[in-house]
Every structure is written in C-alpha cells, then in structure tokens.
Design a protein around this ligand. Structure first.
Ligand code: ADP
Ligand code: MG
Length: 298
C-alpha cells in the first residue's frame, strides 16, 4: 500500500509470535491486491478502466468497502470522497509551485469528482463509474481497512493483544502484558522529535491525517496537501487531525474528512458520533478537542 506496517503481538514465544505476524502480513497483501489503484490487475483498476463504459463485477468485500465509503461521503457531505482520485493534480506541495492556479482551473480540476456518480448494484455486485475518466482510490481509507482486517484475523486466531500500525494508523486490542492499556503518543507537528500528548487507547484505533511539511503558501494563506473534493481548494487552518474510535477504517476516513471540514464543522460531526473522539492542531499550534477528551500534556 505504499506504506510501512508494523505488527506487534503478545504471544507465548517468538516462534508463535512470528507465525501470527506472517498471517497478518498475508492478509494485508491480500487486501492490497484488491484495492490498489497502482496494480493494473486489481479489481479497483478494472473499475477505473471501465469508467463511462460498463459496470464491473467485484468481490463482495470490495463492493462493501465502496458502499461504506459512500456512506461516509454522505455523512461528511462530500468532504470524504473516494472519487477524489479523479481530480486533476494541479496543486504541488513539494515547493515547485510558484503561482496559484486560476479559479477556472481549480473548478475544472474537480469536474469528474463526485460520489453520486459511483453506481452500485448490490444484486449483481457491480460498480460503475458514470463519467469517462473518473477514478476511485482508497488512499484515505485503505490503510485503516487493512489494519481492521489484520486485527480481526489475529483476534479470531486467539491472539490476546497486539498493535497493527499502518504508518501511524494504529489499531490495537487487548492490554499490554502488564495489564495496562496501550498508550499512543501524538507527535508535536512542529517538532517531530517530541510527543505533545500521551493518551490511553480505550477505543482501539487512532489515526492522524496531516503532514506539517507538505503545504504551499499564496498571499499569506497556507494551503495543506489535503484538497476539498467539492471545491478543488486545499484545506486551510489545520495542521493535523487525529481521530480515535473503534474502527481504524472509520478513523482513517474521518481524519481526512475533519481536515477538509475545518475545526468547527469537523468537531461538530465527531461530537455527534458515538465512541469517536478527535484532537485537532491548528496552524498556530492551538489544540482543539472533541467533547470527551482531556489531554494530559506530558
Ligand atoms: P495519510 O496519507 O497521511 O494517511 P490521509 O489518510 O489523509 O493521509 O490520506 C491521504 C490520501 O487520501 C491522499 O493521498 C489521497 O489519495 C486521498 N484523499 C485525500 N483527500 C481525500 C478526500 N477528501 N476524500 C477521499 N480521499 C482523499
Ligand atoms: Mg485518512
């Protein structure tokens, strides 16, 4: 998935532990084969190749993932959208961009984006992208989904506790061997060598969206690398959004969504969802949290 996974299991010995880890790795590779948009032979690529042409029959697993992604789009009023992948890449966040794109270019860049044009047929298990050139991609949900599936598999095999860390998308279960909760440190986005908070993980998963280094500035406005799929404009105001909840998939999708929705709207959504919490760091270093979170700065 283009990212590093670290797998930790609590087991009786290292032989047993390695067997479990191999199972998790195989599961993650299996999912990658299904959802990768880089692999030309994946079912996801098949859907994309047939945009505007015909519906593609896919495994129930992929169908259901797309169905859940569309529900998250509805929940976030389009802030989250897997057809984000159809966007023209007019923004560069590597320092090479010198002038801001025109309003027309920005508007045009999202012309093929819109989850309303992903047509699902449950009975046939098919997916059809209505617009030629339209694409879907799981960049903002796939790592979380893989972490959920790897965790579920190991739990089913009887592993009492562990951590699946998909490049910072963390999913945990059970307790540490000493009986205490797993704790997660949130990196200070202004100084990566420092953790600015240590929080016990009671809900299982935690995912952070945001990269302090990836942004571009025009007329004093800092544009972050996550782009609003409805407007084509990059998100502003937020440096990192961390979401806690029972499933890494939902945390992953919502961390990206909160970025797009902004501090107020994002927290308002999280506060309405059961068992979900959120910590946002704004571009001035200010910390904003959802209702039931208290940060013990240490
Ligand atoms: P990270 O790569 O740090 O995990 P995200 O979880 O926010 O960050 O995912 C970023 C990726 O998700 C992007 O590379 C892009 O492929 C995709 N993406 C970005 N914005 C959206 C969006 N609004 N809706 C759906 N997918 C998105
Ligand atoms: Mg995400």
């Amino acid at each position: 998935m283009g990212s590093r996974f670290d797998i930790t299991v609590v087991a009786n010995d290292s032989v047993e532990a390695n067997e479990y880890i191999d199972l998790a790795v195989a599961e993650i590779q299996r999912i990658e084969k299904l959802i990768s948009s880089w692999d030309p032979n994946s079912q996801t690529s098949e859907i994309n190749k047939n945009a505007g042409i015909k519906p593609v029959k896919v495994d129930k697993e992929l169908f259901n993932l797309i169905d859940r992604a569309i529900r998250i789009s509805r929940l976030t009023e389009g802030a989250f959208d897997i057809s984000y992948a159809s966007m023209d890449r007019i923004w560069k966040f590597d320092g090479s961009m010198k002038t801001m794109p025109s309003e027309a270019e920005i508007k045009n860049s999202v012309s093929k984006v819109g989850y309303g044009n992903i047509i699902l047929d449950k009975a046939q298990s098919t997916v059809f992208l209505k617009i030629p050139g339209m694409k879907i991609g799981f960049g903002a949900i796939g790592k979380g989904y893989a972490a959920d599936k790897a965790k579920a598999l190991l739990m089913e095999k009887g592993v009492a506790a562990g951590i699946i860390n998909a490049s910072g998308d963390m999913n945990t279960w059970g307790k540490k061997p000493d009986g205490t909760d797993w704790k997660v440190a949130i990196t200070n986005p202004f100084d990566k060598s420092k953790a600015f908070a240590l929080l016990p993980l009671k809900q299982g998963a935690v995912v952070t969206s945001g990269d302090y280094e990836k942004f571009v500035e025009f007329n004093g406005i800092r544009y972050a690398h996550i782009i609003n799929p409805k407007t084509g404009y990059p998100a502003t105001g937020i440096i990192s959004a961390t979401v806690f909840g029972p499933s890494a998939e939902l945390c992953d999708a919502l961390a990206t969504s909160v970025f797009v929705m902004g501090i107020e709207v994002g927290l308002d959504l999280i506060n309405q969802l059961p068992d979900m919490e959120c910590v946002i760091i704004d571009e001035k270093g200010g910390i904003h949290t959802s209702q039931n979170i208290t940060i013990d700065k240490s």
